[in-house]
Each structure stands twice: as C-alpha cells, then as structure tokens.
Design a protein around this ligand. Structure first.
Ligand code: ZN
Length: 739
C-alpha cells in the first residue's frame, strides 16, 4: 500500500520555501517530525496519508499547503464545534475571510458571505461537515470553484473499527469524485492497522504515501488501579488530586450521572472542578470549557464528549473513572495529558464488573455493531489486567513494535514488576492447541479447553474429546488467559479482528513450537469484582446527529412559542438527542424515545416526525430498525409504588413515609416519573394548596418561565408558598402540559 518515500521525494518539483512560509503564517522556526516531507508530498500532487498522534502538529500539514496553493482547500471534519475552533485559530493568524466553515449552523446570509469570499479568491480553507458536503447544492457550488486539495481530518471516522465511526464518512470519496479529481490528504491521530487499511480502501488511496509517526508518548505514565467498592475510587481520586495543588487534570466517566456526582464531591472537597457532558446546556458547557482553559477551574469531570479539539498543553493528569470502550479511545483521551512534553499521569480505575456493564449496554445494538463493540471491550479488559508493560501493549495495538526496556519505568508494571515465572511449557501447550483447532476459536474458548471447562461451545465442537482438553486444569483460567495474551503480545499468535477475534498460530509461533526458547512471563493481575446496584448505570453517553439535533431544537422552540409554553414542556433535550440518534419516523417509534409517552407523541409529535422523515430522505440516512428500543426502561419498584399510590390518592406524606424518604426526595422522584413521559394526576394535591384563581396565576407564570423555574417562582410567590409546594405545582404543570 505504501509507496517508497525516497522515490517520491525525488520527484518533487520546484517548491516554495516552506520554512519561510511556516514562519510567515504560523510564527514557527522549524517543522515538527515529518511535517515538511508531508507538505512537499501534497504540494507535488500526491495523495497523502498521515497518522500522527495528537499534539504532533497534524493540522499544519494541510493548513500550510492550503495557504500557499492557489484555490481553496476543502477540509472535511466531523464536528461543528471542532470546525469553529480551527477556523477561529486560523483567522487569528491571518484575516477574517481566509477560512470559513459550511455547516447547518449558518443562516442564508452567512452562506452567501462564505460563497462570495470563496469566489473572490479570499478563502484558502473551507471546513465542511460530511452531512453538508453530500447536499446537492453544496456539490453544485463546489463544482464551480477552484479547489487546491481535499483534506479528510479525523479519518478514522471512516472505519467502524475506529472509536468514532461516522457512516457519512464512508461516502466522502464518492462525493469528492463527483466534484473534482484533486489530491487528497487523510489524517488521523489514532489508527490500528485494521483502521488504516479501511481508510486507504475507502478513500481509494492505494498510491498514497503513508507517513506514520511513532505513537509512543514517552512522558506519559500509565497506571491501572482497582476501583474498589463504591466510593473508594472517588476517595482515592480526591486524595490524589490534593497531592497536586493547582495542577490541571481531566477525569473521564461514561455516564452523565457519574460526572455530576464526582464533580460535586470534588467541589465539596475544595477542588476547583466542573462537570462537562452533553446533557448540560451548550452555554454552560462552553463556559466550563473556557474556565478550564483559562485556569479558573483545575479539573474537568467529563464524558467522552469533552476534549475534541482542545489543546491545553499542561494537563498533568488524566483519570479514567470507568473503563474506556476501546483502546483507541483510551489512547486519545490519555493523549490529552502532558502535551508540552512534561509530566502527565494516566490513571485508570478498573472493576471487572464495568466490563459487564459495557457489554450489557451493547445488547440493544445491531448485531454487527455489538460484535465489534465486544471485541474492542475485550481489548481494554486485556490492557487493564495485563502484567506486561502498558506502553508495549498500547503500541502493539497500533501495530508498532516496542522494546519494553524503553519504557523507563513509566508504567506501573515496569515500575513494580510482578514475579516472573517460566512459561515455556505452557506457551508450547497453548500454541499446540491453537494450531490444532485451526484458527477457528477465540481466547475464551481456548482457555475453556485447557482448563477442562465443558461449556456449551466446547461440547458443540466436541472439543472435550481433544487430547489437550483439561491438561491445564491445575491452573486457574487467569493463568491460561495470561499465557495466550503473552503469545499475542509477542506476536506468535495472530488475532483475526475482522472475524470475531479468532486466534491462529503464525510463523513466529511455528518457529517457537519447533524450537522453544526462553519464555518468561508474569501472570496477569486478578482484579476483584465489585457490583453496585446503581439503577441509572446503563446510560452511556450517546453520539447523535448534531445537525438534526440543531434542527429539532429549533423546531421545539417554534412549537413551544406557538403553544405559549416553555420549550422543555414540548420535548426535553435528552429526548431530542435520542431522536437525532434513532431517527424515528412513525408515532410508534417516536413513543419509544426516552421521555416520550404515546400521549406526548400524539400531542407534539407530528411536526417532528415530518421534519425527521424529510431529513432522513434528503440525507439518505439508513435507519437501523433494531435500535428503536427504549434505552432506559427504568421503572424501579419505588417508582411503581409511587405511581400506584398517587392513583389511589394516598397523601404525599404517607407515600414518603412508606418509602422511607423525605418529602423533597419524593417530589424529585415524582418529577423524574413525569419527565420520563408518564402522566400523573396531581390535581387533588395541588387543589389542597390554594384556590383555582391563584393556581391559574402560578400556572401562567410557569408558562412564561424557562430557566431556574423554581428559584424564579420563589422570588415571585415565596411569601405565599413553600419551595416544596411550588415544586409540586410545577410538576403538576409539566404533567398536564407535557404528557
Ligand atoms: Zn512499561
């Protein structure tokens, strides 16, 4: 696939003085890594593929040529927020019209300005989202202009084996071809060998020169700790941060709920921490991000949504409170630490039960996505449990050979090595088995055979009859898992990623079988499993169609205005996000969206369905039928008890007593029930508080108030009603209007 670099370099034509241009446009005196070669290659009209870890200076590789070459470069980028940051950064180096973006956030007037600037030859870079690129009007316009080249940023989005798969990315080549045949440069900061070949295949870049930088971040220290019982990891995190006063860090969690919880605990412990997740209002999110960049906050607690396009050089620690969903994601997130080349500590808290939680979340996904997801999770599990050098493991994952002597004790396993044992005989046994069953089985199956575990799969394939069945029963499954993981890491066994992770012996393995050499290894760490019964744990951050979400949000405001209601009464943000993820087009599908009852769907749904249907048609979106399952069907016993008691008109005090909770906690529970789309008849309770006329007045007040409703109501009616009473009236209002 790769063309010999030296050959290509010789072909290069007379080119402008790049160093001078770099100084002029960016103020740098010298290029980083292979930047200069990459730029030369692109300027020579060749396709180029750049794999460079975050912080390596990827963007200069296309920005500088864009500034030098005649015409406008088209830069395809997945996220609107990311685009805006990039465009702002370039404008600050040059002039306002040098870079523009084209996406759904622009109005007609703004689009006209963009086109005028391009036609006048003022614009060197046009950032564009794939969703916008595929529109006919965009393609027609781009056909009329002079394009220097096309850059595909975050190219791993092409592959479903990457950590950020975007189906629209797969159509880029097709659309570009329709416009003009120009050189292409694809860039990514994370790519396994499998993802790399997907990118090359999909973008039809077989002749591209590939530039791959090392993924080793030698200044980062990697450590995995046991998560312990609920609350223990948080305690550890608090004391860890206390030893690093005024230092900046990021804590990643998988659910919004956990983000809020941990940020709250850190704040209560005097740490300047702020939450960041997609459930927060965009303004709040932007504000928290700014505070982090401006060092008004030391720690950001975030879901995966945080960090794309953020370049803060002095992040000193990155903590994973939950196990990441893939090694690529983990590498990307830890990569935000120590960008300045100084200290950066990466701490992962691991609990084997988290793996099961992630798998459970995959259950609702289409089969193909589920299988890929499971394989990716098994890799993170192997990483967490590994007793080998973490750095070696990470680099091996990205197809890079690394001698662990080079780690310099910058990982927990190198710093505190586990006792080494002689694994030669075991390695031979495992290799013999893998050879015998001919690359048709995965790691778990092999371990089951070795320890003599008659699972359903083992009996189905009659593997209990193998001579090797049960030969390793003196050892635990963890021992054999470690042996096979070592064989993988030493590249004697190959895992077929495309094919369910099936193991097969390779040439190195055959060599070892013929003449076994020294095989020192240590057994992987066995982490204690802690299960907690947290009911909201299934809610993992979802990636949704931001363009559609913006459209639906606008529609929501419009509908609300016409009905003289605040927008959250029509649909709340989590519901809109899920719509922008599942694309419901029938009433039935709509009523399966979180927070939408069938009554609510009928009441407000029609216009939304029309818009989604049109959007799906216009953008050729392939809807997956089997994802339309309600993601959180979460009616705990308590919720059911509350609903029945309210139906029976039991007094609120009695319900609270019966559930053993305080009155305000009960109100919160009732509000959650109502917000999830269930209509409750609360008239009886509110009519006890006041007469109809005043109630109407309060209801009217709620109609006009969108933010901090209860606080505002307290200002207005605080003398007549208590906070709990106003809260109850507000819940009544939501239940009546929204459901
Ligand atoms: Zn190491």
């Amino acid at each position: 696939m790769a063309v010999d670099k030296s050959l290509k370099a010789k072909e290069k034509s007379v080119q402008p003085n790049l160093k001078e241009a770099l100084r002029e446009y960016f103020g740098f005196d010298s290029f980083k890594g292979e930047q200069e070669e990459i730029i030369h290659n692109l300027l020579s009209g060749n396709d180029t593929f750049v794999i460079m870890p975050t912080g390596g200076g990827k963007s200069v590789c296309y920005q500088l040529p864009a500034l030098i070459m005649p015409g406008t470069a088209i830069i395809i980028s997945p996220l609107i927020a990311l685009m805006k940051n990039q465009v702002d950064a370039i404008r600050s180096l040059s002039h306002e019209s040098v870079a523009h973006f084209l996406n759904s956030s622009l109005n007609k007037g703004e689009i006209t300005t963009v086109k005028k600037d391009i036609n006048a030859g003022n614009t060197k870079m046009l950032y564009i989202a794939p969703e916008t690129l595929k529109k006919d009007e965009t393609i027609e316009f781009l056909k009329t202009i002079d394009i220097s080249f096309v850059a595909v940023d975050e190219a791993h989005c092409i592959s479903e084996w990457g950590h950020d798969f975007r189906p629209e990315y797969r159509r880029i080549k097709q659309m570009v071809k329709e416009i003009k045949d120009v050189p292409m440069i694809a860039l990514t900061a994370t790519a396994t060998p499998k993802v790399q070949s997907d990118i090359i295949k999909n973008l039809q870049m077989n002749d591209a020169v590939v530039y791959k930088s090392s993924f080793n971040r030698s200044n980062l220290y990697y450590e995995v700790r046991s998560k312990g019982k609920k609350g223990e990891a948080i305690k550890e995190i608090v004391s860890y941060i206390k030893t690093k006063p005024n230092k900046t860090g990021i804590i990643y969690c998988l659910s919004r709920k956990r983000v809020d919880e941990i940020a709250g605990i850190l704040q209560a412990n005097g740490i300047k921490a702020l939450p960041y997740h997609a459930g927060l209002d965009a303004k709040v999110r932007g504000d928290h991000q700014d505070k982090f960049l401006m060092e008004e906050a030391d720690v950001i607690v975030a879901t995966i949504a945080f960090g794309m396009g953020i370049d803060k050089p002095d992040v000193r620690f990155v903590i994973h409170y939950d196990i990441p969903k893939s090694i690529e994601g983990y590498y990307q997130e830890t990569g935000r630490g120590g960008r300045d080349g100084l200290e950066g500590e990466c701490l992962l808290f691991y609990n084997p039960a988290d793996i099961e939680k992630l798998e459970k979340f995959l259950k609702d996904k289409p089969v193909a996505e589920r299988e890929i997801g499971e394989l990716l999770i098994f890799e993170t599990e192997a990483f967490a449990e590994s007793s080998a050098c973490r750095r070696k493991f990470l680099l091996h994952y990205f197809g890079e050979e690394f001698d662990d002597k080079g780690c310099n004790k910058m990982c927990d396993n190198c710093r505190h090595p586990k006792e080494k044992i002689d694994g030669q005989a075991a390695a031979v046994t495992a290799l013999k088995l893998i050879k015998e069953i001919k690359g048709k089985y995965n790691l778990k199956h092999c371990v089951d055979i070795l320890i003599g575990n008659k699972t359903h799969e083992v009996t189905l394939s009659k593997h209990q009859d193998l001579a090797l069945f049960g030969v390793g029963k003196d050892q635990e499954d963890n021992y054999w898992k470690s042996v096979i993981r070592q064989l993988l890491l030493r590249a004697m066994v190959t895992k077929n990623i495309e094919n369910y992770g099936l193991l097969s012996i390779n040439e190195e393995g055959e060599k070892f079988l013929k003449k076994p050499t020294k095989f020192e290894m240590s057994v992987d760490r066995k982490f204690e499993k802690f299960t907690d019964t947290d009911e909201d744990d299934g809610q993992v951050e979802m990636v949704y169609d931001e363009e559609l979400f913006a459209i639906l949000k606008d529609l929501c405001k419009k509908v609300a205005k016409a009905k003289n209601l605040p927008p959250y009464i029509v649909f709340q943000e989590p519901s809109l996000q899920e719509m922008a993820f599942k694309y419901p087009i029938t009433m039935d599908e709509l009523s399966k969206i979180v927070g939408v009852s069938s009554g609510k769907a009928i009441k407000f749904g029609k216009e939304f369905l029309d818009v989604i249907k049109k959007y799906v048609e216009e953008n050729n979106i392939e809807r997956t039928e089997d994802v339309t399952i309600k993601s959180v069907v979460n009616k705990s016993a308590r919720k059911i008890a509350i609903i029945t008691n309210i139906d029976k008109r039991v007094s609120l005090d009695d319900i609270a007593r019966g559930q053993g909770i305080k009155r305000d906690e009960l109100l919160q529970e009732i509000e959650n029930i109502v917000n999830s789309g269930t209509k409750l008849n609360l008239s009886r309770y509110v009519s006890e508080l006041t007469d109809e006329e005043i109630l109407d007045e309060v209801m009217d007040f709620f109609r006009k108030t969108n933010d901090n409703v209860i606080e505002s109501a307290m200002k207005e009616y605080g003398e007549e009603f208590s906070k709990d009473e106003l809260h109850l009236m507000h819940i009544h209002f939501i239940s009546e209007m929204a459901n």
